[in-house]
Ligand binder design. Structure first.
Ligand code: ATP
Length: 299
């Protein structure tokens, strides 16, 4: 299996874009170089190099920029089990004392498989979304319960225990790097940190083409639509917001064909429906970027 994985990744025609993630090629390659080389190359080479596996990475940056997408794709590229995704606030919402139990449970499957198969075990990925929510309460700073404190401690002790287990990878995600407990970021824990920022113009072009792929295949985009123009006009938009723009444009186009109130009686001429430039312009008016816009830009 290790051999197969290597071939997939050194395929010269391979593009991260084809995995449905736009504008993050550099981030992807950097994470692979820093965190996963040792998981992809033959064990004999890894042994010669003497580099330990990276157990955890942290993806940080504004909301809707593709952190979850990226974490999932990393999992599939590494041939991992379907990742377990847990949400910081969710863990804390459970009863006091139950939170630590929840953390321990997350590691159970991986530990059991390792016991049975050792180094032949598949890779288990645990994704902590909104990791900051757990850390925020460490030391009882915000609500005095200290729940976050013991949850972080439990997580730390689990991560340190992973030492003997090569089959677990933890991916933390946050919009607030400054809130993350430093103890979690040390070597041997979430040691590779990668910022996933808002996409630049090329990235936005890629994201637009990804989210309109099916429409383009079905010839639903009118000829006057210029994705380069739209990429230039969507400064400060996140990937999620660009996706929102595409959906909004589609709804404007649809509305031209089927006006509210006619739904029951008229069979719409969907074959002639095209999403036009004007639909995208209306969509840009409707869906605004929420992040990275300075006060004077908002006017
Ligand atoms: P959050 O911090 O809110 O959890 P996130 O960074 O994890 O956000 P995702 O959940 O990965 O963001 O993105 C939400 C959706 O936005 C994706 O399912 C996808 O449709 C779209 N999207 C975001 N970023 C990208 C991208 N770089 N390429 C393609 N689509 C994207």
């Amino acid at each position: 299996a290790a051999r197969q994985r290597t071939q997939a990744i050194i395929d010269p025609n391979f593009r991260f874009e084809d995995m449905g993630v736009g504008g993050l090629d550099k981030e992807f390659s950097s994470i692979f170089r820093r965190a996963f080389a040792s998981r992809i190359f033959p064990p004999s080479l890894v042994e010669k190099l003497g580099i330990p596996h990276v157990k955890g990475i942290l993806l940080y940056g504004p909301p809707g920029t593709g952190k979850t997408l990226m974490a999932r794709q990393i999992g599939s590229m590494l041939n991992a089990q379907e990742p377990k995704i847990v949400n910081g606030p969710e863990i804390l919402n459970k009863f006091v004392g139950q939170s630590e139990e929840n953390i321990r449970n997350l590691f159970k499957d991986a530990e059991a498989e390792y016991k049975e198969k050792g180094e032949e075990s598949s890779l288990h990925i645990i994704i902590f979304d909104e990791l900051d929510a757990i850390c925020r309460q460490r030391g009882g700073r915000s609500d005095g319960t200290g729940v976050g404190d013991s949850v972080v401690n439990q997580l730390l002790s689990k991560m340190d225990g992973v030492d003997q287990l090569n089959n677990i990878l933890i991916i933390g995600m946050t919009n607030r790097l400054d809130m993350i407990d430093e103890a979690l970021l040390r070597p041997g824990r979430l040691e590779v940190h990668m910022e996933i920022s808002l996409p630049d113009e090329d990235g936005r072009y890629q994201i637009l083409t990804i989210h309109t792929a099916r429409m383009r295949d079905n010839n639903i985009i009118a000829e006057d639509v210029d994705f380069h123009e739209l990429a230039a006009l969507t400064k400060n938009y996140s990937g999620a917001e660009i996706n929102g723009v595409v959906k909004s444009a589609a709804s404007f186009a649809f509305n031209r064909h089927v006006k509210v109130g006619t739904l029951a009686s008229v069979t719409p001429d969907v074959d002639s429906m095209r999403i036009q430039r004007e639909d995208f312009m209306a969509a840009l008016d409707e869906v605004k970027p929420s992040f990275g816009v300075s006060d004077d830009e908002l006017g």
